[in-house]
Design a protein around this ligand. Structure first.
Ligand code: FMN
Length: 311
């Protein structure tokens, strides 16, 4: 069983990857998408986006980091993947799932689900640009408006040379509406020879047990669930091994918030919004996080927020 930490733009950045992978249970994590639309990017953009490049593409606790690219031009993506590997990337993921309007105007992400041939060309171009020891994966949704072509698209990506495929069990039109449609993963899983990673609404051991039963998938990617319950990967792994572990409760989770802040360089902007965003997810699960959220919500000053978090 492989457990991956999902890419989440603006939420799971390098400090969050460091914090969550240090708790354990993950086989790999994926960076937020790096968008390629107007030509090649400078080296500093790769390094800022994925500081782990300087450390063999691993988080401080040794978990491999997969660099995710988003775009619609096969040549540009292939050159950029090559560049990323020169700079230290050890695996490349291609984003075919982002529903954002801004991204889609530039014809990237989930918009490409309407053009499976172009998706396959992108995978093929990136695969051919890299040596065989660098895995190339793709992350897609079930479809644009409807899930009917999911198997065909997945097979086209496999044929084009993808080593691994993650499917977020929703269409572009579904947005993030619950429930995820795990039942549509089964035919994809049965059709593919490469490993399929199931993704979408797996927020507890029970969710994974049901998703596994319904979809037949062996592998999972955790997004919002990992933020609501930071030890979720460890719990899933224990379940897989026939063990049960005690879930982290709010008193164990609370110290993670100031610890996250310490992973940022001094003066980093937007930290107050980030910490409130994370608390916003934690409060869905933990009453203590709800009170903490109410307390720090009006605060802007990071010293005050830090003091409240450790207080
Ligand atoms: C705020 C946010 C940012 C996201 N950013 C990315 C991204 O950069 N790349 C990507 O492939 N998916 C991105 N996703 C999708 C997630 O990786 C994941 O597929 C989705 O949240 C469903 O999984 P979950 O229910 O476990 O969260 C994002 C999702 C959210 C909510």
């Amino acid at each position: 069983m492989r457990i991956l930490l999902a890419p989440m733009e603006g939420v799971i950045d390098a400090p969050m990857r460091q914090l969550l992978t240090a708790l354990g249970g993950y086989d790999a994590c994926v960076t937020e998408f790096l968008r390629l639309s107007d030509g090649e990017l400078p080296e500093r953009t790769y390094r800022k986006h994925c500081p782990e490049l300087a450390r063999g593409s691993r988080t401080a606790s040794g978990t491999p980091v997969i660099l995710q690219l988003l775009g619609s031009e096969p040549e540009l993506l292939a050159m950029s993947a090559q560049r990323a590997v020169e700079l230290g990337a050890t695996a490349i993921d291609l984003n075919f799932g982002c529903p954002s309007r801004f991204v889609n105007r530039k014809a990237g992400g989930a918009a490409l689900l309407k053009e499976p041939q172009l998706m396959a060309q992108i995978v093929s171009a990136v695969r051919h640009a890299l040596s065989g020891d660098i895995p190339v994966s793709a992350k897609m949704r079930l479809g644009y408006d409807a899930p009917d072509n999911a198997v065909d698209i997945a097979l086209a990506l496999q044929e084009a040379g993808a080593d691994l495929l993650t499917v977020h069990a929703r269409t572009r039109a579904d947005g993030y509406r619950a429930p995820a449609r795990w039942e549509w993963l089964r035919p994809v899983n049965e059709a593919l020879k490469i490993p399929l990673i199931a993704n979408g609404d797996i927020n507890s051991v029970d969710d994974w047990r049901r998703c596994h039963e319904i979809s037949g998938c062996q592998h999972v990617m955790l997004g919002r669930g990992a933020l609501m319950q930071p030890d979720l990967a460890l719990q899933l792994r224990a379940w897989h091994q026939g063990r049960e572990i005690e879930a982290m409760e709010w008193p164990d989770i609370r110290p993670l918030l100031p610890r996250l802040l310490q992973h940022y360089a001094p003066g980093t902007r937007g930290l107050s919004a980030r910490i409130k965003q994370w608390l916003g997810m934690l409060r869905q699960r933990h009453a203590g996080a709800d009170s903490m959220f109410t307390q720090i919500r009006p605060m802007q000053d990071m010293d005050c927020i830090f003091a409240a978090l450790v207080g």
